[in-house]
Design a protein around this ligand. Structure first.
Ligand code: FAD
Ligand code: DLZ
Ligand code: SF4
Length: 518
């Protein structure tokens, strides 16, 4: 017999490790292990989502007549690690070979490469075919200098896949409709009611287990409304395409207090754990455009995130590992402030974004980029510490996608592989794109001093602190020209306000304090 080991983010029926499966002689192995739930302190909803989706997936395989050897987290014999559980399974089944699909994270890739020698059994590691661009394919594009910018890579992927193409040309005559996608949200607008899924008995059992085992992890476990089966994830996708996609483009960068989802997809956890595939998501979005049900700026903007950004960051991850996590181009060394775990701050934008993160294990892209990310960049937080936070708190967080977004897009720690300049912004950007500043303890127009918006003086302080490195960047020419004209008294006032804020923002523990009541 052959043992087919399926990981918790590989819950796809046509996974390469399940190809040519013979139910009469093969066994599928799935294991719930503490090591995977605690290598960072994952949000409880993320753990519940993965474990419940794993259990449902195992049942679906069994319903097809496939034998599944499933080790539960609370099994007294459980050794709680991938390698040791595979070793026990090899003892149980004495397989002629173990078949796996390459994992999403370097950490597990290193483990996996040791299995053949350690377990003395032939190991077949198969490519993960769920992506448009393979790891080797991206490396080849990199050699051909087609990955220097996401936009070039994205156009190449459009040509290769034929998605949103009319013959050899992009649909509508343009590759990118981003300039149409920057509208703030109008005061009066009907927001779609989002689909949530009531936990069934299997999910309830998992929720109880997670509540018991991970009581101190940051984040609310309930209410839990994520899809845990492929059928539910498809329902969530259809709901997004019908009710949200048409206005996704216009308001992609908008933020509103008390509204956690706006027109976003809420599908990244499903894509990343395998309940949905990137190809079917893009195909359904394109079909909505073909039927005239969603405009091109929305559909192109959405598909660019998946066919472009998602594939690009994966390629960067695998071509830059293993030393990618160590990069720190701007030499940022401050500790992560405790506000990231408590959300307790008079800065309304930060309180809102950390609040939605705690409630849902979710925040939409612009909240992650321009609020929590921008603040980390401007404060000069050590990239490894903020990366660990992002990996812990989101249901969609797996290192292959999280790390390039944090190190590359947000912290500029890789020196510009994802963006030619840091996405640093003052409070004016947040004020334009949200209603957070109304009701904030700080004044978005204030430049320095106690009541002024911290983003304003932190922005200029960031430019001053990184003048040697960033002033040479041609795309930073404008702000540095302004800085050079700034009177010394104003520079001094900026430095003083920033120092007071940074010293007041008490550095917190890297992991949630275990005595805290979140
Ligand atoms: P939508 O706004 O509806 O977008 C549709 C899809 O596009 C998403 O589901 C996602 O699959 C893809 N996508 C969009 N932007 C990106 C991007 N920059 N990189 C990769 N895929 C993208 N995404 C993750 O999946 N996992 C992460 O751990 C993660 N960490 C992030 C950390 C930071 C600091 C930032 C700035 C972004 C991060 N993202 C991450 C990207 C993005 O924020 C999320 O994919 C998105 O918010 C998920 O919500 P959604 O499904 O509603 O997305
Ligand atoms: C995230 C996660 C969690 C919380 N638990 C498990 C688990 O118990 N068993 C499992 O197979 N996978 C889990 N995962 C997902 C893995 O961490 C993921 O497969 C690796 O990070 C490789 O990408
Ligand atoms: Fe955030 Fe500044 Fe606006 Fe307050 S004033 S919500 S801190 S941007």
């Amino acid at each position: 017999m052959r043992l087919r080991f399926v990981l918790g983010d590989q819950l796809t029926r046509d996974l390469s490790a399940l190809g040519d499966l013979d139910p009469s002689r093969d066994v599928v192995l799935m294991v719930e292990v503490m090591a995977e739930a605690t290598y960072v302190p994952h949000h409880p909803q993320k753990i519940a989502l993965i474990l419940s989706a794993m259990r449902h997936f195992a049942d679906e395989l069994r319903a097809e007549g496939i034998t599944v050897d499933y080790v539960r987290l609370d099994d007294p014999e459980n050794t709680q690690s991938f390698t040791d559980e595979l070793a026990r399974a090899v003892d149980r089944h004495a397989p002629e070979a173990v078949i796996v699909t390459e994992p999403g994270e370097w950490r597990v890739w290193e483990m996996m490469r040791g299995w053949e020698a350690a377990l003395d059994v032939p190991l077949d590691i198969r490519q993960d075919a769920r992506f448009f661009c393979s790891r080797a394919g991206f490396a080849a594009l990199k050699d051909a200098r087609k990955t220097t910018r996401m936009e070039y890579f994205y156009r190449e992927m459009r040509r290769r896949t034929g998605i949103l193409m009319e013959g050899g040309d992009p649909a509508g005559g343009q590759w990118n409709y981003d300039h149409d996608n920057r509208e703030p949200l109008p005061a009066q607008i009907d927001l779609p009611k989002r689909l949530r899924f009531e936990p069934d008995a299997m999910t309830r059992e998992v929720i109880d287990l997670v509540a018991e085992r991970f009581p101190k992890h940051f984040g609310d476990l309930e209410p839990f409304g994520w899809a845990v089966t492929r059928a539910q994830a498809l329902e969530a996708l259809d709901h997004f395409i019908a009710d949200c996609l048409p206005r996704f483009g216009d308001y992609q960068d908008a933020m509103r207090a008390g509204e956690d989802f706006l027109f976003h997809g809420l599908i990244s956890p499903y894509l990343n754990c395998g309940l949905l595939t990137a190809l079917e998501v893009c195909a359904r979005a394109e079909a909505a455009y073909d039927r005239g049900e969603a405009p091109l700026n929305a559909v192109e903007g959405f598909i660019r995130q998946i066919l472009g950004w998602r594939e690009f960051v994966r390629g960067i991850y695998w071509t830059e590992m293993p030393d990618y996590p160590e990069r720190n181009h701007l030499n940022a060394t401050r500790d992560l402030p405790e506000v990231y775990w408590t959300g307790q701050t008079g800065m309304r934008c930060m309180a809102e974004c950390i609040g939605t993160t705690r409630r849902h294990a979710y925040a939409h892209h612009i909240q992650r980029l321009m609020v929590t990310g921008n603040y980390a960049l401007l404060c000069g937080i050590a990239p490894a510490q903020i990366a660990e936070w992002y990996l812990a708190v989101y249901a969609d967080a797996f290192e292959w996608v999280e790390l390039p977004n944090v190190h590359g897009m947000v912290m500029h720690a890789d020196g510009g592989l994802l963006g030619s300049k840091p996405y640093a912004a003052s409070g004016a950007y947040i004020d334009r794109m949200s209603d957070y500043c109304t009701g904030c303890d700080y004044d978005p127009k204030g430049k320095v001093g106690e009541g002024a918006c911290p983003f304003n003086y932190l922005y200029w302080n960031f430019l001053i602190e990184n003048e040697d490195t960033l002033s040479k960047n041609p795309r930073m020419g404008l702000p540095y020209a302004t800085l050079r004209k700034m009177p010394q008294t104003q520079r001094d006032a900026i430095r003083k306000s920033a120092k007071a804020h940074l010293e007041g923002a008490e550095p917190g523990p890297r992991q949630p304090r275990l005595d805290a009541d979140w």
